[in-house]
Design a protein around this ligand. Structure first.
Ligand SMILES: Cc1ncc(COP(=O)(O)O)c(C=O)c1O
Length: 385
């Protein structure tokens, strides 16, 4: 029987909250309090509490959350920021938008995240440290921060990254866009650095019906600065302390997020159960399934396998109406927009190899186990097993 399985199907999520949502939306439309209102304020508090951080500042996208966090941390022209190349481009884009210089580091193929060993190796071979300031020899810039990205929902190795940051006096901004509710050594991500940026883009684990984001932090200054930057540098209406932006999270999206936050753990646990089931179904096949770690909890934003026959398998599954994706086919250091930085093919070999082998299979909380059985059958058929 021919059937279709989408890469992501968000309709069932909407169906679950639909009735409550329209009641909340009705209240917003009746009050016409559309911006910086009670839903945004309540959501900021609820999500910060959920993630174990003190302050939350709702913004209009994950990219804005990254950018405003960096600005609030004091990152500017003349600075450099360490980040993985293998991420969604926005991580690197936000660094460049502040005027800072990105230093892109290779990943560990076990978890697809920035490799702490490779950060240390870079620092040892390419920087000068005077006990306080860490200077990059090639660019002459001062390295001020590290952005670990918790890619696909799996936390980066935060204890090792915290150690490096402490040793070299660096700030940490967690890119949590793909990892709402994930845990490292029993602690939620989002409160493990100086600030954290989350995206609520409509396909994320916690998602708006459109765009949204949040900055989390335990630092009062970063919180105050981000909250002013999101609304034209205003502490109060029509007083502008500095040049800011327009990056507000609107009430309509905040109401969606509040309702979905109540269900996030249930939906994340579904994803984890489905990922484990996938690993079982695919275990005898000539491909690599994602690792399940003891010391960290992935929330499987994406379920990503590896095979050298990636392109052929992708085509085969697409032909069979199974939604597949590649996250991401070109690592950031090889993107045309960043040619001027001088990275070449071979600069970051693990990121480059992984980009050629990864394939994202359907994953969302309402995916059914029998659909995973079917995907498994089609993959077995492809390998002629
Ligand atoms: C790792 C990562 N960082 C940043 C972003 C940017 O978030 P947004 O699309 O909400 O701007 C995304 C998502 O799109 C992402 O996956």
């Amino acid at each position: 029987m021919k059937r279709e399985i989408k890469l992501v199907d968000l309709k069932p999520q909407y169906e679950e909250i639909k009735e409550e949502l329209w009641k909340e939306w009705q209240k917003i439309f009746d009050s016409m309090h559309l911006m910086l209102g009670p839903n945004m304020k309540a959501f900021e508090k609820e999500f910060a509490e959920y993630s174990g951080a003190q302050y939350g500042i709702g913004v209009d996208s994950g990219t804005a959350a990254l950018f405003l966090s960096l600005k609030s941390m004091g990152i500017e022209e003349g600075d450099a920021v360490i980040a993985p190349s293998f991420t969604f481009f926005a991580t690197i884009e936000a660094i460049i938008q502040t005027g800072a210089h990105p230093i892109m580091i290779d990943i560990d193929e076990n978890d697809f995240n920035i490799s702490p060993a490779k950060i240390s190796e870079y620092i040892e071979n390419n920087t000068i440290f005077d006990g306080n300031i860490l200077q990059d020899k090639a660019s002459g810039k001062i390295i001020k921060a590290i952005i670990p990205v918790h890619l696909y929902g799996t936390p980066a190795e935060m204890d090792k990254i915290q150690e490096i940051a402490k040793r070299y006096n660096l700030l940490i901004l967690e890119d949590c866009a793909q990892a709402h509710g994930a845990e490292f050594q029993g602690k939620k991500i989002g409160g493990l650095g100086d600030a954290a940026a989350f995206s609520f883009y409509f396909s994320k684990n916690l998602s708006a019906l459109g765009e949204g984001g949040i900055v989390l932090t335990n630092n009062e200054d970063i919180a105050k600065k981000s909250s002013m930057l999101r609304v034209h540098g205003q502490p109060d209406k029509y007083t502008h302390e500095f040049i800011g932006y327009n990056s507000r999270l609107d009430e309509i999206q905040a109401a969606v997020l509040r309702l979905k936050l109540k269900r996030l753990d249930i939906w994340n646990n579904k994803r984890i159960e489905l990922a484990k089931y996938y690993n079982e179904v695919l275990k005898e096949l000539p491909l690599k399934t994602p690792k399940i770690f003891e010391h960290k909890k992935s929330v499987f934003h994406l379920y990503v396998i590896r095979t050298e026959k990636r392109d052929e398998l992708k085509e085969y599954l697409s032909k069979n109406s199974i939604g597949v994706g590649i996250h991401y086919p070109i690592p950031s250091h090889l993107q045309p927009a960043l040619k001027y930085l001088g990275y070449k093919n071979g600069s970051l070999p693990t990121s480059e190899k992984i980009a050629k082998e990864i394939l994202t299979l359907p994953m969302y909380p309402h995916l059914k186990k029998e659909e995973i059985d079917y995907i498994g059958e089609k993959i077995r058929e492809f390998f002629k097993l």
